[in-house]
Design a protein. Structure first.
Length: 553
């Protein structure tokens, strides 16, 4: 173990004032003589996703103390995508990723923690914790609070994504308001993050694959008693990582990022992983380009039959043996490099060797029977998206669409058009000025995409936006269009009736027979939605979605 940063805070005659303050908080001389471990907790009472983290922090701190460290817990903010979806509040979600990362970094630097244990739950808390660790490059471990259990509705497992689709069904008269209320009451039965291979579970898988979380720990559901045991074990582990002086940037290599991309592609994971992996690579100093994500996905088979595109929930993957079942398949097939280092000090292949696959499980298919020959992450380019756009493709997703644009300048107008019956089969719904800068905050569009599916238009209507999507989104929904409309991107020049072609196999997103550049000569940027406060600050600093929508000077 190298010299500990915390000694600067607590050792020496001139640090008597600091020690006095810490003793006022309940710490003893014996506590302060030990390594000081920051426990970054993203617990919040506004959603089920992070609700169990307060208890996990208690268990993790017990593990740290037993292993000879002194834990110091602190909290960050968190925003619920599921609660804020479809409102102005959703603009704060992606912004929170930067605020959470900044918060963890600031407290860790200010209090000179020797190592960090980060407890995460909902979507943005996971990449934010990883980004903070990459910036600090101090020993650290990430533990995900776990997936929610599925709800049961008319004999079927359901999750929050089903509720948003049901809103569209109710608007179309396919479901009664009473049935919608019944579904609402059972969809989220307790603590834990959204239950499919949506963004939270996708990023939890990424953390196990990229090596910042111990393999198998994240997949344990939030309400499973085993979660308490692994929280304590994570506390023990962070002390071992500190003793070995194992740093995040040793783990966050280009090879580790390529492994994580393959895991997302093979699992049908959320398109938000593209944003978060690009942002994390930026913080780790790893050269990762958006086209590399497409190339890795092209050569990786889709093996996991997980919602929203498949049959199974996240808890079903856990029961099948966890992330390690998928990773072992990918290692065996040469799609993932098993020699990559993990936070435990073992390689990814060594971690996977201990995985017990449940006999007869159907969640992860064998290599010779993939759901699709290519993975789920696809990057499109063309005159609408010169810097790229992102779409998730599963074995059920249409791969070609050609139709007239129906252009909206905000999410709310598009949602009203869908639920009001003004969108027809064949249309391409275009939602612009919802990008990182234009929104600001790059809102998720689950309210709109769910309504499209609920209206029965999921197979016949496509959507294109410079915003982004929930991991629960399904259908031919293209997001992250870059450059975004608010910066003069081609999306700003589209008009109602322009014929849009989406060709997944050819990786193309084009407006036919239109000189978009000529139109943009007369374009004027709209005024910003916010002129002061955190959203204005974010809009002034944030970069392109094609580079992870990071805030950098």
């Amino acid at each position: 173990m190298t010299s500990l940063p915390s000694r600067t805070i607590v050792e020496g005659l001139d640090r008597a004032g600091a020690r006095a303050m810490l003793k006022g908080a309940g710490y003893t001389d014996a506590d302060l003589a030990r390594p000081l471990i920051g426990v970054a907790n993203t617990w919040i009472e506004t959603m089920p996703c992070n609700l169990g983290l307060r208890g996990l922090a208690r268990d993790a701190k017990a593990g740290i103390r037993a292993a000879g460290g002194t834990p110091m817990e602190f909290n960050t903010v968190a925003i619920s995508d599921g609660v804020t979806m479809g409102t102005e509040g959703m603009k704060t979600s992606l912004v929170s990723r930067e605020v959470i990362a900044d918060s963890i970094e600031l407290v860790a630097r200010g209090h000179m923690f020797d190592a960090l244990l980060c407890l995460v739950g909902c979507d943005k808390t996971i990449p934010a914790a990883a980004m903070a660790l990459a910036r600090l490059d101090r020993p650290g471990v990430i533990l995900y609070g776990g997936s929610i259990m599925p709800g049961r509705f008319h004999g079927t497992d359901v999750s929050i994504g089903d509720v948003y689709e049901a809103i569209g069904s109710a608007a179309a008269g396919h479901m009664t308001p009473e049935e919608l209320g019944e579904l609402e009451n059972v969809a989220c039965p307790g603590a834990g993050a959204c239950g499919g291979q949506f963004t939270a579970n996708t990023m939890a898988m990424v953390m196990e694959t990229i090596g910042l979380s111990p393999l198998g720990f994240n997949a344990i559901p939030a309400v499973d008693a085993a979660k308490q045991r692994v929280a304590e074990a994570t506390g023990t582990l962070v002390m071992q990582v500190l003793e070995a002086d194992r740093r995040p940037r040793e783990i966050l290599t280009k090879r580790a990022f390529e492994n994580a991309i393959a895991a997302v592609a093979a699992s049908g994971g959320s398109t938000n992983a593209v944003l978060h992996l690009l942002a994390l690579a930026h913080e780790a100093g790893v050269d990762l380009h958006i086209d590399e994500i497409d190339a890795i996905s092209r050569r990786t088979p889709l093996l996991a039959d997980l919602k929203p595109g498949g049959r199974f929930m996240a808890v079903d993957l856990y029961r099948a043996g966890g992330t390690g079942v998928l990773l072992r398949r990918l290692i065996d097939g040469g799609y993932v490099d098993g020699s990559a280092l993990t936070v435990t000090g073992q390689t990814l292949a060594e971690e996977c060797a201990a995985v017990a696959e449940t006999p007869g499980q159907e969640v992860v298919l064998p290599l010779d029977r993939p759901l699709r020959g290519e993975g789920g992450l696809v990057i499109l380019r063309g005159n609408v998206a010169p810097e790229g756009a992102v779409v998730k493709v599963t074995h059920h997703t249409p791969t070609f669409h050609r139709g007239p644009a129906r252009v909206f300048d905000c999410e709310e107008d598009a949602f009203q058009a869908v639920t009001g019956g003004r969108i027809r089969p064949g249309d391409v719904v275009v939602i612009r000025y919802e990008g990182p800068r234009g929104g600001p905050g790059m809102r998720e569009m689950l309210a709109v995409t769910g309504a499209i599916v609920g209206e029965g238009l999921g197979e016949s209507v496509a959507l294109v936006t410079d915003g982004r999507f929930s991991g629960a989104t399904r259908g031919l929904m293209i997001g992250h269009v870059a450059p975004e409309a608010a910066t003069g991107g081609p999306l700003a020049a589209l008009r109602d009736g322009d014929v849009i072609t989406i060709d997944v196999e050819r990786r193309q997103l084009t407006a036919e027979n239109v000189d978009l550049a000529a139109r943009l000569a007369d374009w004027t940027a709209p005024p910003p939605h916010y002129i002061h406060g955190v959203l204005a600050k974010y809009a002034a600093l944030v970069g392109s979605a094609s580079q992870g929508a990071v805030t950098a000077l």
